[in-house]
Design a protein around this ligand. Structure first.
Ligand code: ZN
Ligand code: ZN
Length: 264
């Protein structure tokens, strides 16, 4: 069975990825405006109708703004979210999608895939990350893709799931000094730094260096803030991680370019 994980983009201005495994195509978050979302799928040779389902982490627009346009082109699209997230998003939609509700923290089957929703601390109704177990390509082992963005601090559950990922997408949102020096109003700085805001570069590093055993072969650092972060600062923060895990492939997503990446 084939396996491909396409990160179409991840930054504070939009998050969207697509898993193709065993004949199933599942989107993780749909945080691009319609035209960009379509162009991203087109670049993979796919139409919106080729997507079987979308998993939504939370109701912030950088994770779900493209849902309306996806549903226009693919009304049968299954949309997975927990009840509170679905309720908030439904209020912004003109149509009612085929909601597939799950309880936060549970595991469910999605055709060939197994999906676990992971509670995360963030200022949304009921935000989650996802761990998706995918069947491997012929003769290859199964892979677990774990998507963890938008978290104000690291919990034991987050640590547990970070350690179990084969492909780990982790937020590295801001550099402390750039945030401090930015023109953002004090209450916004406070929100970003807060227990329900976002992970800084150093917090992301500390999560990784604090893991006693973890098996990821690919680390993707995403959800960088355009205003308060640069890839060079993330690379600098991750130096210790690279030393501890020289076998690990580290990909940092530039919020100024937002180039897609495919992992097979
Ligand atoms: Zn958010
Ligand atoms: Zn976000």
């Amino acid at each position: 069975m084939s396996f491909a994980f396409h990160i179409l983009g991840t930054s504070s201005s939009g998050n969207c990825s697509l898993i193709e495994a065993g004949g199933t195509r599942v989107m993780l978050d749909a945080g691009f405006q319609g035209p960009r979302l379509e162009a991203s799928l087109e670049a993979l040779g796919l139409a919106a109708a080729a997507v079987d389902a979308v998993l939504i982490t939370h109701e912030h627009s950088d994770h779900c703004v493209g849902l309306a346009s996806l549903l226009r082109r693919n009304p049968a699209l299954k949309v997975f979210a927990n009840r509170e997230t679905a309720r908030r998003i439904q209020g912004t939609l003109k149509v009612r999608p085929a909601w597939q509700l799950f309880e936060t923290g549970t595991t469910f089957e999605l055709r060939d895939l197994r999906v676990t929703s992971i509670p995360i601390p963030h200022d949304a109704a009921d935000p989650v990350g996802f761990a998706v177990d995918c069947p491997g390509a012929a003769g290859a082992p199964a892979r677990r893709v774990t998507w963890l963005t938008d978290l104000g601090h690291v919990t034991d559950v987050v640590r547990h799931h970070a350690a179990l990922a084969d492909v780990l997408v982790l937020e590295s949102n801001y550099d402390d000094e750039m945030l401090e020096l930015s023109r953002r109003p004090p209450h916004l700085k406070q929100r970003i730094r807060g227990k329900h805001g976002h992970l800084s570069n150093l917090a992301a590093r500390d999560l990784l260096t604090g893991l006693s055993e973890w098996r990821a072969s690919e680390l993707c650092l995403g959800h960088l803030s355009k205003e308060c972060n640069r890839t060079v600062l993330v690379e600098e923060a991750m130096r210790e991680v690279r030393e501890l895990r020289p076998d690990l492939r580290v990909n940092v997503f530039d919020p100024l370019e937002d180039r897609p990446l495919t992992i097979t």
